[in-house]
Design a protein around this ligand. Structure first.
Ligand SMILES: [Zn+2]
Length: 219
């Protein structure tokens, strides 16, 4: 079976008539060397038009179609052809659409499975982080440790629980998460920032208060 496509031309200003049945002016035609033909006379009348834009659908429809044609339009200067779409057998297009839908369904199911697995991982990680916080800071109130762990593990947050060091429960990273929480909750750091105190200066001002809380939690 020949797989080379027939080229169907969409003239910018249709004026040609079909050389066989005299129908016209032709909006789409096969430009035979001798004379233009309408799609019916060229044996393409049964094909359906699929505009360009969905590469997977176009490829599948072409592959399933015994006969197909590429539809092109002249550009303004008529120096090149602009590809508009394809003409394919209707049954081939239906099969291609079904295959693409099945793909979309499979992708959606995989996304759902991935999300479920990540949620389970998150729960396990948050629990491990909380346990590590309580091991390093036995004096930290239980609810607070859980809160810090949950906050630090929020996906997409870029917080310490999402970093490589945090994921391995590196002591420095765990301590950094606790320190960040104490800075915001137990010191006037945020108030200083809203009052316009530069960030670095604010950090220096609250550092002793943070270390005092951490020291009390370590006992
Ligand atoms: Zn004709």
């Amino acid at each position: 079976m020949p797989r080379d496509p027939v080229v169907v031309v969409e003239p910018l200003r249709p004026r040609a008539r079909c050389a066989e049945c005299r129908r016209g002016p032709l909006r789409r035609m096969v430009a035979e060397p001798s004379a233009p033909l309408c799609l019916d006379c060229a044996g393409l009348g049964h094909l359906v038009y699929l505009p360009r834009g969905d590469a997977a659908l176009t490829r599948r429809a072409r592959e399933a179609s015994g006969l197909w044609a590429v539809v092109v339009r002249h550009d303004r200067r008529r120096t090149r052809y602009e590809r508009r779409g394809v003409l394919v057998e209707e049954a081939a297009l239906a099969r291609a659409e079904a295959a693409c839908l099945a793909d979309a369904g499979a992708r959606a199911r995989r996304r759902a499975r991935d999300a479920e697995r990540r949620a389970a991982e998150d729960v396990r990680f948050t629990a491990a982080l909380e346990a590590e916080i309580r091991r390093l800071f036995p004096g930290c109130p239980a609810g607070r440790a859980a809160e810090i762990a949950a906050h630090a593990s929020v996906r997409g947050s870029g917080r310490v629980g999402r970093t490589a060091a945090g994921r391995t429960l590196d002591e420095g990273a765990v301590t950094a998460a606790v320190r960040a929480s104490v800075r915001h909750r137990d010191t006037p750091y945020d108030t200083l920032l809203t009052r316009g105190v530069p960030r670095r200066q604010a950090r220096v001002r609250v550092a002793p208060a943070i270390e005092a809380v951490l020291a009390s939690w370590r006992r």
